[in-house]
Ligand binder design. Structure first.
Ligand SMILES: Cc1cc2nc3c(=O)[nH]c(=O)nc-3n(C[C@H](O)[C@H](O)[C@H](O)COP(=O)(O)OP(=O)(O)OC[C@H]3O[C@@H](n4cnc5c(N)ncnc54)[C@H](O)[C@@H]3O)c2cc1C
Length: 309
């Protein structure tokens, strides 16, 4: 007799499509279970001036006492490895091995559901991550709340001269103030939006007049494998500062739930350095990188600096 069947209790339930009674076997857990969110309805972190990221649910929500949700990854891997697991039989070691070797599907067994409020221009970047399930607030069915992103003067970045992004250089205060005043002007469109919806313009049309600094909200559900992919792109220094703030907050929310995977993610992905074969050859031979591409040369310099070379 298996352990599971020892804990089983049977119940007969009528109502199968054939009309015949079916038997559902309810299996008791082997020991006490605890809630990974300690019974909370949500864990929330404020982001930007009016935004937030809230973790509202997790799968697995209940885990054996003394374990973390990493145990769902281990459990799934053990199914696929079967006897092979005996060689890598320590949970932490197994999770780290799976992440290092991109054995990804066990990480898809853990899921996170977030409730997020962010400016529309950030939502546009975020929605490109196609592996999540999303349900957004509808500006077609409802009047949009009056919330706009307005950065502080210190947060207005100067256009970089070396790439197409906002750079690290500070911008003249007067120019930053002018830009904030432009944002304020665009927010004034809101009262006209309200006025014209009250006069009968359909909400689905009227929203076209609102700026992309307006906040929207959505539920965003993603498994841990794809969330790590999202976080590795959006916590990166190349990602826009505003979306980085959201990614950092999401990471803080999931870290206590999957601490073993999070540690491995930081060590092997987030803070790891990937070397191309040209870079390996340059290291090995001590010769310059065999590429005349300027950007590739710069990237190699940055990696060398990280490696302390
Ligand atoms: C710094 C930065 C700058 C960017 N700049 C631009 C830009 O200028 N213009 C622009 O348009 N986008 C830009 N993007 C968006 C970027 O190109 C990706 O669309 C976005 O990061 C989502 O990545 P993804 O497709 O890997 O993620 P997801 O959609 O989450 O997909 C995860 C993985 O699943 C697989 N996958 C998912 N869907 C498919 C599919 N249909 N077919 C095949 N494989 C699939 C892929 O392996 C993918 O990597 C930028 C992103 C970053 C981080």
């Amino acid at each position: 007799m298996t352990e599971a069947s020892t804990n089983a209790s049977s119940e007969t339930v009528a109502g199968a499509p054939s009309g015949e009674a079916v038997s559902i076997r309810a299996v008791e857990p082997e020991g006490p279970l605890v809630d990974v969110m300690n019974g909370s309805a949500r864990w929330e972190i404020p982001v930007l001036d009016h935004g937030f990221v809230a973790l509202v649910d997790v799968m697995p929500r209940l885990i054996p006492e003394g374990k973390t949700a990493d145990s769902a990854i281990v459990q799934a891997a053990r199914v696929s490895y079967g006897e092979g697991t005996k060689k890598v039989n320590e949970d932490r070691g197994l999770v780290r091995y799976l992440l290092r070797h991109r054995h990804t599907t066990p990480f898809e067994m853990v899921e996170f559901k977030f409730h997020v409020a962010m400016p529309i221009f950030i939502a546009r970047q975020w929605i490109r991550h196609r592996t999540a399930n999303v349900n957004e607030y509808s500006a077609r069915y409802s009047i949009v709340p009056d919330r706009f992103y307005r950065p502080s003067v210190d947060n207005i970045r100067k256009q970089s001269s070396t790439n197409r992004q906002g750079g690290e250089e500070s911008i003249e205060v007067k120019t930053a103030e002018d830009f904030i005043s432009l944002l304020e002007d665009s927010e004034k469109l809101y009262s006209r939006y309200l006025e014209l919806t009250e006069k009968g313009v359909a909400r689905e049309m009227a929203r076209a007049a609102l700026p992309v600094s307006l906040y929207t909200e959505w539920y965003w559900k993603c498994d841990l494998h794809n969330l790590f992919h999202f976080l590795s792109l959006r916590m990166d220094s190349h990602a826009q500062q505003e979306i980085r703030a959201y990614a950092d907050a999401m990471y803080e929310l999931i870290k206590p739930i999957v601490p073993v995977s999070a540690e491995a993610f930081e060590q092997y992905r987030l803070n790891g350095v990937f070397l191309t074969s040209l870079e390996v050859e340059s290291l090995r031979s001590g010769k310059p990188l065999a590429s005349d591409n300027k950007r590739e040369q710069t990237e190699w310099e940055q990696k060398r600096a990280r490696l302390g070379l």
